[in-house]
Design a protein around this ligand. Structure first.
Ligand code: NAG
Ligand code: NAG
Length: 531
């Protein structure tokens, strides 16, 4: 018993020691605190700006002649909100020559605020903090000087957080002198050498400022091949701007710091030809149109009997929609269009997701294989199809979107009909920025963009505005889905159709205000122009 208790005591003591060690380890690692607050201006940024000013001041005395047609097209960051003038009035002229309309988002939103100046300042604050969070030191403008004897890597050097690398490509092409010296300086890491070379003196090893010098240039250059950089300030994705200097010359280059991006791959099983059921989920959102939804499901089943269909449903009195490979998600009443899209998208587990409205009908022309094929073989992330109306008219609804800088007041959003270019090898397909509401996309990429759940009605292009710069978007006119109905004579409308249209198409002033807020505040536009 006694000896047993001694053992107990021993164990307790050992446990206590372990705990103490653990705690010590934990507290000592947390004692090296790092300031990760957003910082406005770095020392390096000031240095680089000074250097750029110095360079642009050169040759001031040489005269020049401005070429208006070229200089006038340079981006100015001063966009203005201009609509096309109405030139002539003819029947259908609006259809044949669509005019560009302009909408002053800032005016529309601010005029109904009690404190417009406060809103403006709040937006400016949010924007400046967004910029600090989203900009990387790797985005700074760096100019390498002419006739610099310094050799260094201009891009492509990357280190994992808190890891060590050899900096490749460092060298000096100096003229003959008695003593050759170079300096290295970093902000987020330290320097060392992985090997030493005779007749080279290295000082500042293990610090963020290292000096190497030698009377023999070849020895110094050999030593430079062994210089290492170790990241010491943890950040999952940033960059360090390194200064590399010798007498009379200074160069800057960036070392990217970041975790390796972990891919999200979809295991789709052995595929001899595209198995749509294994690759694609059809997502839809329904509201008051169960008859249409059932027609859609029946039409899908004719061609794709086992493809999963995800339904987001925000009806007040939901009806059960059951069946094999059908998943119905009931939402709070009236959550709306984008909230539903978001919910449906979040439940997709296949590599691709197809968006279809609940009143679409699949036909023999709705060949999802073609969409999968172009997504598999190109860099596109999303491909739209075509929607055929009851009248026989087929639409692809192609748009290009661009954002022009507008300074402090906000930027200008330009939406135009059209596309950028055709796609080689896919004769019916083009690249654009926005397509129709019948599209297939890479699930993970669409999930990253997401659908703003505040946009309850009439939202569509808003998704593509959010996706600008992150999704590569295309459209193929030969993948066609039928639209069950749009233009229906009023006296044949059922009660539920009437209720639906009341919900979807009624535009109250609070709706308009929400859109103005989204464009003015969330996306920081001052103006929108569109055709
Ligand atoms: C070479 O120059 C550096 C910097 O001026 C100095 O620190 C170093 O001692 C010099 N080495 C020799 C051998 O003169
Ligand atoms: C296609 O994928 C589905 C779902 O993963 C699977 O059940 C089916 O057996 C596959 N069909 C073929 C022909 O491989």
């Amino acid at each position: 018993m006694r000896s047993g208790c001694k053992k107990c005591l021993g164990l307790v003591l050992l446990g206590g020691l372990l705990l103490a060690a653990l705690f010590h380890g934990w507290s000592s690692s947390s004692s090296s605190e790092v300031d990760i607050r957003q910082r406005p201006e770095s020392q390096i940024k000031k240095l680089l700006q000074a250097k750029i000013q110095e360079i642009t001041r050169e040759h001031r005395d040489i005269a020049y002649h401005i070429k208006e047609d070229v200089a006038g097209r340079l981006a100015q960051n001063t966009c203005v909100c201009l609509a096309d003038k109405e030139t002539f009035h003819l029947p259908y002229s609006e259809l044949l020559f669509p005019r560009v309309r302009a909408h002053n988002v800032d005016l529309a939103f601010l005029e109904s605020r009690p404190d417009p100046e406060g809103v403006r300042q709040h937006r400016a604050q949010e924007y400046s903090s967004f910029q600090m969070r989203s900009q990387s030191p790797a985005d700074l403008l760096v100019i390498s000087e002419a006739n610099s004897p310094l050799q260094y890597p201009t891009q492509g050097v990357e280190v994992r957080p808190l890891q060590k690398i050899i900096i490749p490509g460092l060298g000096l092409k100096d003229e003959a002198r008695s003593n050759h010296t170079v300096y290295l300086k970093a902000t987020l890491g330290t320097f060392d050498v992985a090997a030493t070379v005779d007749v080279v003196s290295v000082t500042g090893v293990g610090g963020n400022h290292m000096t190497l010098s030698s009377p023999r240039l070849s020895a110094l250059n050999r030593q430079l091949q062994f210089v290492t950089y170790t990241n010491t300030v943890f950040h999952p994705r940033t960059a360090d701007t390194v200064q590399f200097a010798t007498e009379g010359h200074r160069a800057f280059f960036t070392i990217k710091i970041g975790h390796r991006i972990v891919p999200r791959l979809y295991y789709t099983g052995p595929q001899t030809e595209h198995n749509i059921s294994a690759l694609v989920t059809i997502a839809t959102k329904t509201f008051l149109r169960y008859d249409k939804l059932r027609d859609l499901i029946a039409s899908v089943r004719q061609y794709y009997p086992s493809v999963t269909i995800v339904i987001a449903d925000d009806n007040e009195h939901p009806q059960k929609v059951a069946g094999p490979h059908v998943e119905q998600y009931i939402m709070p009443f009236g959550k709306g269009w984008f909230a539903g899209r978001n919910l449906a998208l979040s439940q997709v587990t296949t590599k691709y997701v197809l968006w279809a409205d609940d009143d679409f009908i699949f036909t023999a022309n709705t060949k999802l294989e073609k969409m999968v094929d172009i997504l598999e073989k190109t860099t596109l992330d999303l491909v739209g199809g075509a929607v055929r109306e009851v009248t026989g008219y087929t639409a692809t609804y192609l748009h290009t979107i661009s954002v022009e800088g507008g300074g402090e007041e906000g930027d200008c959003l330009h939406i135009r009909n059209g596309f950028h270019h055709a796609i080689e090898g896919f004769p019916n397909c083009v690249v654009a920025d926005a397509v129709i509401n019948f599209f297939m996309g890479r699930t993970d990429k669409l999930q990253q963009v997401g659908f703003n759940p505040r946009l309850a009605r009439k939202a569509h292009l808003e998704f593509f505005i959010d996706a600008l710069g992150s999704l590569h978007v295309g459209s193929c006119s030969d993948v066609i889905v039928n639209h069950a109905s749009k233009i229906i004579l009023p006296w044949t409308k059922t009660e539920s159709q009437k209720a639906y249209e009341k919900m979807r198409y009624s535009s109250t002033s609070s709706d308009a205000d929400l859109y103005n807020e989204v464009f003015y505040f969330r996306n920081r536009f001052k103006c929108m122009t569109s055709q």
